[in-house]
Design a protein around this ligand. Structure first.
Ligand code: 5GP
Length: 190
């Protein structure tokens, strides 16, 4: 997606050679027009998949996932990163190792909102090693529902996430594929 790649080139900041900061339009301040275009693109890519719900992880996945859900005319669920102890029994919960925080956290979704008939589109802001998306996919499986696909805004193609998700049998669509962040520069895969 050219508009997204141009935004990454003009505003993205590279930390080390592994992390891309996009605080000016996705992870802190949000560019609504860009999120709207992202929603259009994901909705077109997954139009034939019979999506009944979009699922993301709080908080940075919410903006692109919200626009996607709006275009697909389905609800958006965001998994919570800390389960509410009082509602413990009512939640599907999975552990996910966080690439950016370098620690394991729990992600939860209320059992009320996912059902066996659901075809769930997972959307996230970044794909690194695939642990966040896999945890969401396991929650979908716990509910007896089906993963209709995985939509990623920015994939870091030099990390293992894409291969892991493809091996697990999922369709993965990424709007920008970053081949390298070495020497402080962003290089795209195609
Ligand atoms: P994974 O679970 O695929 O290893 O990592 C994806 C998750 O980690 C995303 O939900 C995202 O929040 C975070 N993440 C991974 N790499 C980056 C990065 O380079 N920049 C930012 N801002 N977040 C990242």
């Amino acid at each position: 997606m050219e508009q997204l790649k141009n935004k990454i080139l003009s505003e993205g900041r590279v930390l080390g050679d592994q992390v891309l900061k996009v605080d000016s339009f996705l992870n802190h301040r949000i560019d609504p027009a860009l999120m709207s275009a992202i929603g259009d693109t994901f909705a077109a890519l997954f139009a034939e998949e019979g999506v009944t719900q979009v699922l993301t992880l709080e908080s940075s996945g919410i903006a692109p996932a919200m626009m996607t859900a709006l275009r697909l005319r389905v609800p958006l669920i965001f998994a919570r990163k800390r389960k509410s102890l009082t509602l413990k029994d009512d939640m599907w919960t999975e552990k996910a190792y966080s690439f950016t925080k370098q620690e394991e956290s729990e992600v939860s979704v209320s059992r009320q909102f996912l059902h066996p008939a659901d075809r769930v589109l997972i959307v996230d802001d970044f794909l690194a090693n695939g642990q966040a998306a896999l945890a969401l996919a396991r929650i979908v499986a716990q509910a007896g529902a089906t993963v209709a696909g995985i939509g990623i805004v920015i994939e870091k193609s030099f990390q293992s996430g894409r291969a892991t998700l493809l091996e697990a049998g999922f369709r993965v669509e990424s709007l920008a594929r970053v081949a390298s962040l070495s020497e402080g520069r962003v290089t795209f895969a195609e």
